[in-house]
Design a protein around this ligand. Structure first.
Ligand code: GTP
Ligand code: MG
Length: 394
């Protein structure tokens, strides 16, 4: 017999009421965080795909792009075409240009010197060059020099883009490239899955510039962030930064990630790693590029995997593990040092009572709307679960 038999009926009722009140209280606290907006911060080096994620949120959860936005993007797309063609022309300038004849040389010079707004002569020069075998061959060697990932996508669409009534499609907007300066915020609302109580959830998503000069601005948005989505251009393993020609881009992304992971300002935020540009990575590896040429550590890693999956799967996993290993190591954060207002912050030891944090990850292709839709659903569920965990309900 339990101890209950000694308590009066009233006691039992009072007990039941208390339990019910406690439960209500917990449920109210539980739902409170959901009444506030969930703040997500996109971080990562330049060109990793942060703004592309923001564009996907506009497509998936806001009303897409307005006519005005599409008009503005048309100019960005044309600048992208120009940048791509200039890049190829400059590469050819370094090589034997003469053998292609005078007309070709004139077109190259014309393109290199052109500026917006582009003239009909300019478009003719680009068309002539893009059909030329020397330019096409040069394009096949893009692993030898740097050209942005969407160059081929836009050059192939050049005849449409050159028309004065051209309006960029959603896909064109996702593929176009403009470096972010400053901090941008988008707000949107997403339905909460029924299993988590239904209703709707507001999100604030912040986008920052990933170029070196932009990073000192990041701290302005660190406060109250629920989750950091850290984007990595996985395909950048064979690229170097133009600003500092000796830095491998993936190495730089890794060191930036370590700083973000170790940052005391973000210790309470969840971190989700987006191993982005999986499509470009796959293309590169299929065309014969080898990761061990740039990351010799892949050879012993690959030996351990003993030919599990194919080469592409193993290269993907290797890049993922480079980042996940960094989450195990505890170090002083140089980002804290860089961002610190006073020296006290630098030497504050990490709290030894800190619970070990886990880093979640996804392989992503940010230009693929269906991929980002499903990944974002996972992120949403994860943030809900984190909230429940923090409240002791999971
Ligand atoms: N093919 C492919 N292209 C991608 C992917 N993600 C981004 N891109 C392209 O990469 C370029 C850079 O993407 P952004 O989203 O502007 O990069 P960012 O991180 O915002 O760069 P910053 O603003 O300089 O920090 C754009 O041309 C995108 O279309 C991807 O997964 N696959
Ligand atoms: Mg950006």
């Amino acid at each position: 017999m339990g101890l209950d038999c000694f308590s009066s009926k009233d006691d039992k009722r009072a007990g039941a009421r208390k339990t019910s009140r406690d439960l209500d209280k917990r449920l109210t606290t539980w739902s409170k965080p959901f009444q506030r907006a969930i703040k997500i911060l996109l971080l990562g080096a330049g060109d990793a795909g942060k703004t592309t994620i923001i564009k996907q949120m506009k497509i998936l959860h806001i009303s897409g792009f307005s006519d005005k936005e599409r008009q503005e993007q048309a100019d960005v797309v044309r600048k992208n075409v120009h940048e791509a063609m200039c890049c190829l022309c400059k590469k050819l300038h370094e090589e034997e240009l003469e053998k292609n004849g005078k007309k070709f040389q004139e077109a190259v010079d014309y393109v290199i010197e052109a500026n917006l707004p582009f003239t009909e002569e300019y478009y003719q020069a680009v068309a002539l060059l893009w059909e030329n075998e020397t330019i096409k061959d040069c394009f096949k060697r893009t692993n030898e020099f740097q050209i942005f990932d969407s160059a081929k996508y836009f050059l192939d669409k050049f005849e449409t883009i050159r028309r004065h009534d051209y309006i960029p499609s959603d896909q064109d907007i996702l593929y176009c490239r403009k470096k972010t300066t400053g901090i941008q915020k988008v707000e949107f609302t997403v339905k909460i899955p029924k299993k988590y109580g239904g209703g709707s959830q507001d999100f604030w998503m912040f986008d920052v510039g990933g170029q070196r000069g932009e990073r000192r601005k990041w701290i302005q948005v660190f406060d109250g962030i629920h989750a950091v989505l850290f984007l990595v251009a996985s395909s950048s393993f064979d690229q170097i930064w133009r600003e500092e020609s000796s830095t491998n881009r993936l190495h730089e992304a890794l060191s930036l990630f370590k700083d973000v992971w170790d940052s005391r300002y973000l210790r309470d935020s969840g971190v989700i790693l987006f191993l982005n540009k999986q499509d470009v990575l796959e293309q590169k590896l299929k065309s014969g590029q080898r990761i061990e040429q740039f990351f010799p550590g892949f050879i012993p890693y690959d030996d351990k995997l003993e030919s599990l999956g194919n080469y592409i799967d193993r290269a993907r996993a290797f890049i993922r593990d480079l980042f996940l290993e960094a989450t195990i190591e505890k170090r002083h954060s140089t980002l804290d040092r860089m961002l610190s207002v006073g020296p006290s912050v630098i030497f504050t030891p990490q709290n030894p009572r800190d619970e070990p944090r886990e880093c979640y990850w996804h392989y992503t292709t940010a230009v693929d709307t269906s991929n980002i839709k499903s990944v974002f659903n996972d992120v949403h569920s994860m943030v809900i679960l984190w909230n429940l965990k923090q409240l002791g309900l999971q």
